[in-house]
Design a protein around this ligand. Structure first.
Ligand code: ADP
Ligand code: MG
Length: 507
């Protein structure tokens, strides 16, 4: 369990995340303008009268956006509300021409109700993180302060693009069921799980660098073992996993220090300072904004039918959680392997391609992927991460290459050591398939029993004193004999055969 040592004892950290993802759709949530804005689109060119809040314009709900919310809701195993409402959240800011954001009321169930998502907990076991709700809302426009020394500009292209806000649940009535995020690493894994799910479903690109995923981070601390939750603070608008982890830890330590010095934590809204990794008070709860939510009179309640839910359900691909179960049940992989191989949809797709229609390959492929592929990402074209490729591109190892290598080992054509050599040659840029490389470098496993036997006899004859010691009980010397035989065969002997014959001969 993640704990922080204070002066007076150990503390646990309690984390609640409010995650905004920008939803993919052709048009905006309440208008027909394109929602496909990006930095290359000229400012204020994808703006309808609704997005610009012209008097008398009426919002019209985009049904595809509702489908997207339902899809995500089904993905987090949530209840879908058959009726929910839209509300106006009032505040003034230049990037909000309406003077209010259309959202869903905080005090009523929104379109997506209680659900959960599974992550790998810090203890190495799967952990369900409960989700309280996910609601639909409009994104604001974008203020531009860097275009003119004394003027600010507003780009309305983003105004009215749909956001889905996903809020984790803190079950204060059953604190012992440990269904919430309790460490910076778990916070990161939760956000990655949300991101992967959103991508797998095509609901959002959920890319923090591009701003299509952002999170508000609620943090409180409590004494280890205590069932009483502390007062939390909320750090707004975080856009990087690294900053989120730093902010959680800094904020937890800050609260611990206050409490240990006899003070009380006040429920403040914090800002994260990138420069030094600290947090500071943005506004206190006392002067928190009063949003004066009220039902939006321009929009009817959102009614969702069973037919609509079923229609959406039929479009859903296999989700990471189901993929994990398939790996465990069909391929017999351990939980840990299954979790690592489903970290992203790209990784599981790569794995599935390598396994192909031979489930007996699965464990070996998993081992190679987890120990080698994750260590050499530059040699595997599987991640979606935008990254610089070096000028002289490294060789890309394909799923077919790895499958062939694994098959050569199980067909006794090469041993594990030779496979590793071939693999390293591929990393170093050697072209050709593993079979071609094995041929080129004469790496064929020695499986001829009589030939191996001959080498073993030579090794035994050359080391009489070691044989004596072994026979008088120094069994640790067995490795020495195996090593000598392997060396004498240039690493080509089948290790299992060597072991077997040696055991027989040494008695
Ligand atoms: P608000 O309405 O003020 O935004 P919510 O009840 O919606 O507050 O909670 C926002 C987030 O804060 C949720 O993810 C919730 O689980 C989390 N949260 C609530 N209480 C605590 C606490 N004591 N410590 C940490 N997180 C908390
Ligand atoms: Mg809230």
């Amino acid at each position: 369990m993640y704990t922080i040592k204070g002066k007076t004892g150990d503390w646990e950290v309690v984390i609640g995340l409010e995650t905004h993802i920008e939803v993919l759709s052709n048009s905006k949530i309440f208008s027909g303008a394109s929602a496909n804005y990006n930095p290359s689109v000229a400012p204020n060119t994808q703006v309808s009268m609704v997005d610009a809040a012209m008097p008398g314009m009426l919002p019209v709900l985009n049904e595809y956006c509702v489908d997207q919310a339902i899809k995500f809701g089904l993905g987090i195993n949530a209840e879908i509300s058959r009726v929910s409402r839209f509300a106006r959240k009032q505040y003034f800011y230049p990037d909000l021409p309406q003077g209010y954001q259309i959202s869903q009321p905080a005090e009523e169930p929104p379109v997506v109700g209680r659900g959960w998502i599974e992550i790998l907990g810090d203890d190495g076991n799967p952990k369900k993180i409960l989700i309280e709700r996910a609601h639909m809302e409009q994104d604001a426009a974008k203020n531009k302060h860097d275009m003119h020394p004394s003027k600010s500009f507003v780009d309305l292209n983003r105004s009215g693009v749909m956001l889905l806000e996903i809020v984790t649940f803190l079950d204060t009535k059953n604190p012992e069921n440990n269904s919430y995020i309790t460490s910076p690493d778990e916070a990161e894994r939760y956000l990655r799980a949300i991101r992967e799910l959103a991508r797998a479903l095509g609901v959002s690109k959920a890319n923090m660098e591009e701003g299509s995923m952002r999170a508000d981070v609620n943090v409180s601390v409590k004494r280890v073992g205590s069932n009483t939750f502390g007062t939390r603070t909320e750090t707004k608008n975080m856009v990087s996993f690294k900053f989120i982890k730093t902010a959680i830890e800094y904020e937890a330590r800050r609260q611990i220090e206050i409490l240990e010095n006899g003070g009380t934590v006040s429920q403040d809204t914090m800002r994260y300072n990138q420069g030094d990794g600290t947090t500071s008070v943005l506004r206190s709860k006392e002067d928190a904004l009063d949003y004066r939510y009220f039902p939006d009179p321009d929009l009817l309640p959102l009614v969702i039918t069973d037919e609509q839910i079923e229609r959406v359900r039929r479009t859903m691909p296999e989700l990471p959680a189901a993929t994990r179960t398939r790996y465990i049940e069909k391929f017999g992989l351990p939980e840990y392997d299954a979790a690592r191989l489903t970290e992203t949809v790209d990784i599981s797709r790569w794995f599935d391609t390598a396994v192909g229609n031979k489930p007996e390959r699965a464990k070996a492929i998993a081992n190679w992927m987890i120990s080698e592929l994750f260590a050499h990402p530059e040699n595997f074209d599987i991640t979606n991460e935008v990254r610089e490729r070096p000028a002289d591109e490294p060789r890309i190892i394909t799923p077919e290459n790895l499958a062939e290598l694994v098959d050569m080992i199980s067909a006794n054509e090469i041993n594990g050591k030779q496979a590793k050599e071939i693999f390293i040659k591929m990393l170093d840029g050697e072209t050709g398939t593993p079979k071609e490389i094995a041929d080129k470098f004469g790496m064929k496993q020695m499986t001829d029993v009589s030939a191996i036997e001959k080498v073993i006899d030579d090794v035994i004859a050359a080391n009489p004193s070691q044989v004596e010691q072994y026979k008088s009980g120094k069994v640790g010397l067995f490795g020495f004999f195996v090593g000598s035989v392997m060396k004498a065969t240039g690493g080509k002997a089948n290790p299992a055969t060597v072991n077997e014959i040696l055991k027989k001969k040494l008695g």
